[in-house]
Design a protein around this ligand. Structure first.
Ligand code: NAD
Ligand code: FE2
Length: 352
């Protein structure tokens, strides 16, 4: 079982550990995962797997634990190939050991996606590995394990799920199914995220948020994400910025920058969210949707800037983001690394 110390301490893994013991299944726990999991952590967990002769992997936690579990599986399947060599798409190409995901945040959708996002311990470059064998064989959506998720993490991870749905929907590579999943996710998030934030014990809202994160994951695993994610990954790698927070702060800026190429789709998303009407022009409907996202962020006290971004890092981070997105992400409008730099300046907290 791959998890993190916080989650283990909170007791949510206890029940499963007990059931496994009763069934005579030996479960070794690796609980040293951290947010933005690194290549070194994956190697440490892999050593435990080999030492204990494990035969299956359970990722129990947020996206960080599930991604760490996936990356361990990839390294078991590919003992001679480094994670760096698996970066990008279709570079694992071997079956992993049985992989089960139990998300404790309603955010990443990693329990259904083909991605694992890993940070290089030495360069701090954060990159996605995308391949079909990384899709877990089973996903367990149990709202009980998200009950204790603190309000701020509930908010930011929920905004990560929203970003998946929006980026998948407005991209140029959608299908009827991914559009449907994205719209369902947006509807559920606007109906339930604030409720889960206000009252973590609202199990209906928690259940709906887990569903939303899953649908959003299903949408983006086939239709990809966009510049919000590419930029957020560069910040998570360099500064350890929490993934959902980075996405949330960037989302309104990037959506506005897409301009009229995205208006029609954002208008439709606005109607799914219940904030735009069919009578709006596409431009007005899109703007209402973006404002509704900003309103939701404000109600949940998500800041508008990110601490710690250094001006001198920006050209390199923008290069990472441009490279991650082009040609992989079917964004509505292509931007160069130079053009992406402005987003870092927009969200950079001014020095006090
Ligand atoms: N594989 C994918 O498809 C995919 C998609 C999006 C993001 N990601 C990646 O996932 C990572 C982010 O995952 P995340 O947003 O779920 O956060 P996380 O796993 O990093 O967890 C955030 C914090 O919340 C705590 N936490 C988690 N569940 C809890 C619970 N039930 N109760 C109390 N505390 C809890 C954790 O201990 C941690 O401190 C990033 O590295 C991101 O790049 C992956
Ligand atoms: Fe994400």
């Amino acid at each position: 079982m791959v998890t993190d110390a916080n989650i283990r301490k909170s007791g949510v893994t206890h029940h499963l550990e007990e059931i496994l013991a009763q069934a005579g299944i030996i479960c070794t726990v690796y609980d040293k995962t951290t947010p933005n999991p690194t290549t070194d952590l994956v190697e440490a967990a892999r050593e435990v797997y080999l030492l204990e002769n494990c035969q299956a992997i359970i990722g129990f936690g947020g996206g960080s634990s599930i991604d760490c579990a996936k990356a361990v599986g990839a390294r078991i399947a590919r003992p001679r190939k480094s994670l760096a060599k698996m970066k990008g798409i279709l570079r694992v190409m071997r079956n992993l050991p049985l992989l089960i995901a139990i998300p404790t945040t309603a955010g990443t959708g990693s329990e259904t996606t083909l991605a694992a996002v890993i940070t290089d311990s030495h360069t701090r470059h954060k990159y996605p590995i995308n391949d079909f064998p990384l899709i877990p064989a089973y996903a367990v959506l149990d709202p009980e394990v998200t009950r204790g998720l603190p309000p701020f993490v509930t908010a930011t991870t929920g905004l990560d799920a929203l970003t998946h749905a929006v980026e998948a929907y407005i991209g140029n590579s959608t299908t009827e199914d991914t559009r449907h999943d994205a719209l369902t996710a947006v509807k559920l998030i606007f109906g339930n995220l604030k409720r889960a934030y206000d009252n973590g014990n609202d199990m209906e809202a928690r259940r709906n948020m887990l569903q939303a994160a899953y649908f959003a994951g299903s949408a983006f695993t086939k239709s990809y994400v966009g510049y919000v994610h590419a930029i957020a990954h560069s910040l998570g790698g360099r500064y350890n910025t929490p993934h959902g927070l980075a996405n949330a702060v960037l989302l309104p800026h990037v959506l506005r920058a897409y301009g009229k190429t995205a208006w029609k789709k954002l208008h439709i998303l606005g109607m799914a969210a219940g904030v735009s009407t069919p009578h709006d022009t596409h431009q007005a409907g899109a703007e209402k949707f973006i404002r509704a996202i900003e309103g939701l962020m404000e109600q949940m006290q998500i800041p508008r800037t990110i601490r710690g971004i250094r001006g001198r890092d920006i050209p390199m981070l923008a290069k990472y983001a441009a490279k991650e997105a082009n040609p992989l992400y079917p964004v509505p409008k292509l931007m160069t690394a130079k053009q992406l730099e402005k987003f870092y300046w927009m969200i950079k907290e001014a020095h006090k």
